[in-house]
Design a protein around this ligand. Sequence first.
Ligand SMILES: NC(=O)c1ccc[n+]([C@@H]2O[C@H](COP(=O)([O-])OP(=O)(O)OC[C@H]3O[C@@H](n4cnc5c(N)ncnc54)[C@H](O)[C@@H]3O)[C@@H](O)[C@H]2O)c1
Length: 272
Amino acid sequence: MIMSNQLLKGKKGIIFGALDEKSIAWKTALACHAQGAQLVLTNAPVALRMGEINKLAEQVNAPVIGADVVNMDDLKNLFEQSMQHFGGGVDFILHSIGMSLNVRKGKQYTEIDYGFNQKTLDISAMSLHRVLRTAYELDAINEWGSVVALSYIAAQRVFPDYNEMADAKALLESVTRSFGYHYGVKKKVRVNSISQSPTRTTAGSGVKGFDGFINYAEKMSPLGNASGEDCANYCVSLFSDMTRMVTMQNLFHDGGFSFTGVTAAVIEQMEK
Ligand SMILES: NC(=O)c1ccc[n+]([C@@H]2O[C@H](COP(=O)([O-])OP(=O)(O)OC[C@H]3O[C@@H](n4cnc5c(N)ncnc54)[C@H](O)[C@@H]3O)[C@@H](O)[C@H]2O)c1
């Protein structure tokens, strides 16, 4: 981990989505803690039952408050309890949540079940709206606060096996812009998404052909794939005061993948 500069000293944040130590949210919680932040951890009740999160809670000295991200009562309770715990508003939020029911059930993009699809879009994308709206109504985020959601380049370009999650990420990035506008005007709160390289986590490995996918991205990125730890550090920078004027953006964090047409490594592979 990068040496601490106490970039988040005095800041208070809520981290959604730490399932196990591979989770990007887990690594981000550790990085924020190392940079001096105070945290509240949250995840869906089913994820909390795994119990892993308690290890993280101990390491970063944070309470764990359960919330299903598509349940507005859960979210209200989460924010109220967090504000009580912190003795005031929050300065940053990490939305690190994704789930595709159709992928889980083995349905291809051309044959998705629309009931599952609605749940996918709600959990993976509109949940950001739900979180922001709850905070907005409770006035739970401090001025110049920063909210980050995690996205993937399948929102812009086709990666066939990413399935309905591509549409979910496109919607997530749109909510980032739209709510970013309203929260910026109301309270100078910033909202951005980070478009991260493929990363070996529970959600990531659920994508069909993930191994081929991650190796291809590695070869197609001048710097190689960005790791979960790198992503955590990028989150810290976005939560810090060093990036105060950045909002409504989808920020590629991918070692250069998004702007690379082809690499020598891939050409070499094709000539074999
Ligand atoms: N792993 C990758 O390759 C990759 C690449 C780009 C973006 N992302 C995004 O990063 C984010 C974090 O995923 P990860 O890769 O760390 O995997 P992960 O499986 O560790 O995290 C996903 C989290 O979503 C939570 N979640 C699911 N349904 C929920 C609900 N109803 N309420 C509350 N929480 C719920 C899970 O409990 C889990 O903690 C996701 O948005 C994912 O799409 C991942």
